[in-house]
Design a protein around this ligand. Structure first.
Ligand code: A2P
Length: 223
């Protein structure tokens, strides 16, 4: 008799421990509060509001995700390409329920998403699926993305604007990294947390002076 296949999850990823979530939320919300008061930000406010002069409260603008995490593989219950292969990897199986310390090195804000860039270690990269960086990337952006180091897309979604899906955060991050690589940085502002850079069309990138670390557990998630 054929055995029933084990079910595949919605996705695999590193989940922040509850006590870490509060700390990261506080630090990142403080940044949002400061960002929307900066003159440099106000100059580009229409990229968020569609109108000049109108104010925006970024804390209200972004809706918080339920559980903070860094996705490794989006499986969509087996419908995503390579889902089964990923779930069956030895390294994936033996890493489940293990602890990992993630390092957040930058924050991004765009009219669509608010996210934290994660710098993966060599060990963590072993859980990063091959080709994950370029999945769903627009053809025009592909050459730039292929030139970035593996794991460049790794991030934690901290918020999305109304009607935007979380998958957008990784795409926004890649676009920003590609623009940076091409030397397309605009205005720079020194903040307490680090250096804030403007990258056109409402895209902001904060390079943290000190990385923010967060304790996580690697696990699968199903709704
Ligand atoms: P992210 O990892 O950027 O936060 P959803 O709730 O939309 O079903 O998504 C569940 C999680 O899987 C989210 O964390 C989301 O984005 C991620 N995700 C959704 N779709 C994709 C995709 N096509 N590729 C990679 N990650 C995805």
């Amino acid at each position: 008799t054929k055995q029933k296949e084990p079910e595949l999850p919605l996705f695999f990823g590193w989940f922040l421990l509850p006590e870490e979530v509060e700390r990261i939320k506080c630090a990142t919300m403080d940044f949002l509060k400061t960002l929307d008061t900066l003159e440099a930000f106000k100059e580009h406010i229409s990229e968020f509001t569609g109108e000049a002069e109108k104010e925006v409260d970024l804390e209200q603008y972004f809706q918080n995700p339920l559980q903070l995490h860094c996705t490794t593989k989006f499986c969509d219950y087996g419908k995503a390409e390579g889902a089964k292969e990923y779930a069956e990897l030895q390294v994936v199986k033996e890493s489940l329920a293990k602890s990992y310390e993630l390092s957040v090195t930058a924050l991004i804000v765009t009219p669509r998403t608010f996210g934290a860039r994660v710098a993966l270690t060599e060990t963590q990269l072993k859980l990063w699926p091959e080709g994950a960086d370029k999945e769903g990337v627009a053809p025009a952006l592909l050459p730039s993305v292929e030139a970035l180091p593996a794991g460049s897309r790794a991030h934690v979604t901290l918020g999305c604007s109304a009607g935007v899906d979380a998958v957008q955060t990784g795409l926004d991050l890649l676009e920003i990294l590609a623009l940076q690589k091409d030397g397309k940085e605009g205005t720079q502002v020194e903040m307490d947390l680090g250096t804030l850079t403007y990258l056109s069309e409402g895209r902001w990138f904060l390079t943290l002076r000190e990385p923010i670390t967060a304790d996580t557990t690697f696990t699968s998630f199903s709704d």
